[in-house]
Write a protein that binds this ligand. Sequence first.
Ligand code: MTE
Ligand code: MO
Length: 573
Amino acid sequence: MPAWAAALSGLVAGAVALGVAQIVAGLIDPGAAPVVAVGGAMVDATPAGLKEWAIRTFGSNDKPVLLGGIVVVLALIAAGLGLLARRRTAYGTLGLALFGLVGAAAALSRPDAGVVHVLPSIAGAAAAAWTLSRLMRRAMGGDEEEYVAASRAASRATGRAADQATGATVLAAHAPAGPSSGERTRAATVGEERPALPPVMRAGGGPGTGSGSALYTFDRRRLLTGAAAGVAVAGVAGLGGRLLSGSKDAELARRGVAKMLPRAARPAAPIPAGADLRIPGLTPFVTPNAEFYRVDTALVVPSVDPARWTLKIHGLVDRPVELTFADLLKRPLTEADVTLTCVSNEVGGPYAGNARWLGARLADVLREAGVRREADMLLSVSDDGWTCGTPVDVVMDGRDALLAVAMNGEVLPEAHGFPVRQVVPGLYGYVSATKWVTEIRATRFDQEEGYWTPRGWAPRGPIKTQSRIDLPHDGDKVTTGRTTVAGVAWAQHRGVDAVEVGVDGGAWRQARLADVPGLDTWRQWSLDLDLTPGRHTISVRATDATGYTQTADELPPAPDGATGYHTITVTAR
Ligand SMILES: Nc1nc2c(c(=O)[nH]1)N[C@H]1C(S)=C(S)[C@@H](COP(=O)(O)O)O[C@H]1N2
Ligand SMILES: [Mo]
């Protein structure tokens, strides 16, 4: 068999593995699909530096890039296994079994895994092993049924039906010169797995010579049709799996919830008309849900049924409680404008968004549970096992820390935590904003760690005062004379008191500040500059209501948030 054919057989077997695994995962849990499980395990192994690099390089495409990378690696390995199988079928089978085990182990290692999560990988590997050996046989002679049928026909033709059990006798029946017993033995041992085909089945057709090397003839057409069938099976299974795991249910559930969303018992004040300066190119004050940044470790968005959702509050509490979604909606709901920020955001980066959230106040729920004095951390857990450690004192100090069910007047989008997520003004998302939250355990920082802490991020993550220039863009050519510089600044729960702009290292100039509805959102700013012809650097810095002014010292995002001024260079003509 030519090398390319072996590699192709391996590839097709690999595709069948993924397709079959996908459809089995669709029946169990989309997270149990081997590629997703392996990807998830890789994400979990990600230290701070690698996460920063991935976010810097791929932005919010980090997940497709990771999954795509895994698929490419798997394809190379599958082709390699095909080549190994050319030497010995058992090598290919062994390799596939090994990969099934890796997938199964990865699936088992996921925080929300059960024993059934090994099934997609195992079914996939088994299907691949079967496909590989079948394809190779097919390419080298014919498949079993055709073979048996042909042997029967051959036996009948020679009136030796009693001998039809072994290929050697079939071959013997066809051998032109009437074989000796020695020839029979030789023919029977030519193939390792099964007896050789009768010559009528061979690609070239016509009677064979009975010599060993001619017994297996590579048939390209048969390989290609077999491969096409394999690809079709893989595609159909893969698509079926996607449909099964589909977010359809969650989408329906979201629509159902939309009808039962209550009004806010404590509505937020209307957003002041002056909160949005409406400058083209400036980040809008309210980030539309579809444009809101997304950062999480979930390679498939957890699909949580609100009818079965509960939130367990336990640990260092006097009265553990378990709330249903209906319980949560019965509570007086609070509306709050809060800007979320990711600790991985670089100075000038895009990982911040502002929304109007609707939810139950977390502090009220915790008071009912009676959080004990010794507890200083709330370890929240999401449906997919991600965890986050939030300081108790921050949640209890009166700010609008919410168990949110809606975002900008819509039911929480799935990617943003449907049906319930946490929102805590003033803390980076990794220590506060648990999406798909199902559990809150009152505990202690000296006893537990949230997901990102052992991976190189600080246990506590208050948001640092930051400012960003949205226009012009770095590298832009602008006209001389008046140029508008504008952007946003944030210092959640402290409030932004001033934004200053510096040109070419000269004196700082006060920018105009937009209105804000409260202390927990970002604040737009703008300033008109008169630029002389040539290159200019423009920097920005904010001062918060505690009097703290951003430092020029540049620090990377890890471990507790980037610092430094956002600076751009433009050329005026
Ligand atoms: N379940 C879960 N919740 C999570 C995360 C996660 O990985 N899993 N990431 C957190 C981080 S790091 C951030 S910055 C915010 C981002 O929220 P968003 O995706 O709605 O913008 O979600 C937080 N909540
Ligand atoms: Mo984050």
